[in-house]
Design a protein around this ligand. Structure first.
Ligand code: OXD
Length: 322
């Protein structure tokens, strides 16, 4: 029985060591030609490998990241499970990133960065207090809930939106299209942590920004294709939005001459809100393999058919459609 690791060698070395200690019966390979195809039971990868049918005994494809939208349109052979990374290391990093960006926007860092570039010593007043700052998260799964937990400590007025009904202590919860609109009306800092799929591609659009109070700001750590860049730029220029932290763009890397780089109130980070940490991810994967071997479902199982989307929905349709 073999595990084929098709990601970078540095993390592979950590996985190899963890597997040799905790799963000695599973052999570990870092290249397809190191292992007989019929021995391969598990593959770890970021992009969907084109040749999954080479492995007649494959049982699961593990994605090394939290998001699996890159698998949209790819078909798993019958009986093969697709599993995304649900790992404490990723959850902790995303929660930290959201806390950092929300605090920065709350304390007007985006304005001060702009002032500094122009050598302006100028306070942004009055400084709104945290209890009066309404922070809302779109996507209240594991990552969203961890981010909300971090933000609670500062006393923000918190809301969360999800496709389905849910409840989180200390957070006003919304769902469905009407719920989203209701939440947006009372949001000063909007955080997007949604996965990319048919319902969320292009969701951060002019309609959505128009539903926010003037001067609101955005933290985007979902996926680049969820953001309508033209709508963002014009909302920033008219003052509808006051600033944005973007960890994801379309395309990635963002080309050096892209206009987003130059906007004075946009802060860009290169998709680093979370970087899968090999030590904890290896333990998470070992645990999932043990579950599979004992006949249980792994944690993080994804329905690949829910990922398919053709990207054809227009931006304006979203706020109604979700
Ligand atoms: C992601 C990741 O899915 O970095 O964005 O894990």
């Amino acid at each position: 029985m073999a595990f084929l690791f098709l990601c970078d060698a540095v993390r592979g070395a950590v996985f190899a060591e963890t597997f040799s200690k905790l799963l000695p019966d599973v052999s570990f390979a870092m290249a397809a030609d190191e292992v007989a195809p019929e021995d391969v039971r598990f593959i770890m990868t970021w992009n969907p490998p084109p040749d999954l049918h080479r492995y007649p005994n494959l049982r699961a494809v593990f994605c090394i990241g939290a998001g699996v939208d890159q698998f949209a349109g790819s078909v798993m052979p019958p009986g093969v499970k697709l599993v995304r990374m649900v790992d404490d290391g990723i959850t902790r990093m995303v929660a930290e990133y959201v806390a950092m960006a929300v605090l920065a926007l709350h304390r007007n860092l985006h304005h001060y960065i702009d002032h500094q570039r122009r050598h302006h010593w100028m306070a942004v007043t009055p400084q709104v207090q945290a209890a009066a700052r309404r922070v809302s998260i779109m996507g209240t799964g594991v990552l969203g809930q961890a981010a909300l937990d971090k933000l609670k400590v500062f006393g923000f007025d918190l809301s969360g939106w999800n496709r389905s009904q849910h409840s989180i202590e200390g957070v006003s919860c919304y769902n469905g299209a009407d719920g989203l609109r209701e939440m947006l009306y009372r949001t000063d800092i909007l955080v997007c942590l949604l996965p990319l799929n048919a319902g969320t591609a292009g969701i951060l659009n002019g309609d959505l920004f128009a539903a926010l109070p003037g001067g609101a700001s955005l933290v985007h750590a979902g996926r680049g294709r969820q953001l309508d860049v033209d709508a963002l730029m014009s909302s920033l220029d008219t003052g509808r939005l006051s600033g944005a932290f973007l960890d994801v763009t379309d395309p990635e890397p963002l080309p050096a001459d892209h206009r987003l780089w130059k906007h004075p109130r946009v802060v860009i980070t290169p998709h680093v809100a979370a970087i899968t940490q090999a030590d904890s991810a290896a333990l998470t994967t070992v645990n999932n393999i043990k579950r599979l071997i004992s006949g249980r479902d792994p944690i993080g199982i994804v329905d690949p058919s829910a990922l398919s989307w053709d990207g054809s929905r227009t931006a304006a349709e979203h706020i109604k459609a979700i």
